[in-house]
Ligand binder design. Structure first.
Ligand SMILES: C[S@@+](CC[C@H](N)C(=O)[O-])C[C@H]1O[C@@H](n2cnc3c(N)ncnc32)[C@H](O)[C@@H]1O
Length: 466
């Protein structure tokens, strides 16, 4: 059967630009929706695309965090007058359903990256008076919202005189931007030093294609931010972490305004705060390098931010002493020693675990830290049963960044594939501290040089004055 494709304008938030491709791709796959590009996308905040059904657009928007709005596009031109010509020729049968005597409407004027007064906006709006509207205007709760958008680029402090592009269309749906505010770390009951920002947590849950009833694991759970996002999208969530104090809400408070933690701070309390407690399975103190799950235990998704060793330790239980044993009398009170858990081993364990414990088709989404100058896709962790399907960069500084990797499990591993060696990965932590030490040394040398120059100048001035 022939599908009747219509053109839509997807308007995105202008942050984490690279991530929007991975997010939309994941959601299209989650909902089995087909979308075609009507215009090749670039770094502008909008895409012009086609969908076969308006329900598909609504479904996509109902889960997208990077999306602000979706419009059915009636016209797109380089200037307002050409747009008017286009709209005057827009097929009547496509407009008619929205311009009925019993259908209320409003027209909004949006100007992207350039400010206009209300009066100027009303003047722009009045140029659309030829539209064959019939119903009453309703500014608060209209049946139909039409939007005229002027796009002045993305450089707010120096916009051009005239817009680069103008658009007109019918609003269809908005994305989930309001969740970013709802889950803000500022108002969250329990946070830690490395709590993940809500927008990125939600993007991760979307890239993992979390859906109602899924079982989702974060093996480096920390304060549980990723569990909140996964639970919001319907997942039953479980976490593990080596840090007993963190899981019991007993680490030093992360807010400078807070002297000591409240008694009831915990991941469960966060879930309660967001009415998601029914999605919370549990959290458990566990060293990820020591597997404890039964072999047949399977997860629908794994989302995690492993430690990079900068703001939190990369540790595992172990000792460097040879033939170390604990005597019977000390066994019950013994606290195991910890040793360094290198990045290569962390990612090897994570991918082996995912290859073993994800359902086929399930996804593992994880952050991976890199030095930008060293970055090379061949240096990423790999496993033959996991296909890398997205890889987005978030810059952390001029020299470092982290990449959000999304893998899908394509098949069950063979015996041999459950005991693979890691591919050598640059030890981010080691290099980070070497570079930091070099930078500090250079700074100390520069400061010493300035002090010496000042001393010599002072000495010279004193000699001249004498
Ligand atoms: C980057 S933090 C995760 C933050 C978390 N996404 C959040 O939103 O709070 C990494 C976590 O890994 C934990 N970790 C470090 N080594 C571990 C190990 N061997 N096994 C399990 N967890 C470990 C740390 O205690 C820390 O909480």
């Amino acid at each position: 059967m022939n599908k009747s494709w219509r053109t839509y304008l997807l308007w995105f938030a202008q942050e984490h630009i690279e991530f929007r491709f991975a997010e939309i791709d994941s959601l299209l796959s989650l909902f089995s929706i087909e979308m075609r590009f009507a215009q090749k996308p670039n770094n502008e905040p909008y895409w012009i695309v086609e969908f076969a059904s308006e329900n598909d657009v609504k479904l996509l928007a109902s889960r997208s965090v990077s999306l602000r709005n979706c419009l059915e596009l009636w016209g797109h031109e380089k200037d307002m007058w050409k747009l008017h010509e286009k709209l005057k020729c827009y097929p009547k049968h496509l407009m008619d359903p929205y311009f009925q005597p019993n259908i209320s409407f409003k027209i909004e004027v949006e100007t992207f990256c350039r400010h206009f007064t209300q009066k100027q906006k009303v003047d722009k709006l009045e140029t659309f008076s030829y539209l064959p509207v019939q119903g009453p205007v309703n500014l608060k709760n209209p049946d139909v919202t039409l939007q005229y958008i002027e796009y002045y680029g993305t450089v707010a402090n120096n916009p051009p005189e005239l817009p680069y592009d103008v658009f007109f269309g019918r609003w269809v749906a908005s994305g989930l931007r309001q969740l970013i505010r709802k889950f803000s770390l500022k108002t969250r009951k329990f946070i830690g030093n490395t709590s993940m920002d809500p927008q990125l947590s939600l993007l991760m849950a979307n890239q993992a294609c979390v859906k109602d009833g899924d079982i989702v694991l974060d093996p480096f759970v920390g304060s549980g931010s990723l569990l909140v996002a996964a639970a919001e999208f319907g997942g039953y969530v479980f976490g593990t972490d080596i840090d007993y104090l963190m899981l019991h809400g007993r680490t030093r408070p992360s807010r400078i305004t807070q002297k000591r933690r409240e008694k009831d701070e915990s991941i469960r309390a966060n879930m309660r705060q967001y009415n998601l407690e029914h999605k919370y399975l549990d959290v458990l103190v566990n060293d990820f390098s020591v597997p404890f799950w039964k072999n047949d235990c399977q997860f629908d998704a794994i989302i995690t931010d492993p430690p990079y060793g900068i703001r939190e330790a990369t540790e595992r239980v172990g000792t460097s002493k040879e033939n170390y044993t604990v005597s019977e009398e000390h066994l019950s009170t013994h606290i195991p020693a910890k040793i360094e858990y290198g990045i290569s081993n962390i990612y090897r364990d994570l991918l082996l675990f995912s290859a073993n414990h994800l359902k086929v088709g399930g996804r593992v989404v994880c952050w991976f830290p890199v030095f930008r100058e060293d970055y090379n896709e061949n240096g990423l962790p790999t496993h033959p049963c996991l296909r890398l399907i997205a890889n987005c960069e978030q810059a952390l500084s001029k020299v470092t960044s982290r990449r959000l990797l999304t893998f899908v499990k394509v098949r069950q591993p063979t015996e041999a594939e459950l005991d693979l060696k890691h591919n050598e990965i640059t030890d981010f932590r080691e290099k980070y501290f070497i570079i930091r030490e070099e930078t500090r040394k250079e700074k100390r040398m520069r400061e010493a040089q300035v002090r010496e120059e000042n001393r010599l100048r002072h000495e010279r001035d004193n000699t001249v004055n004498a």
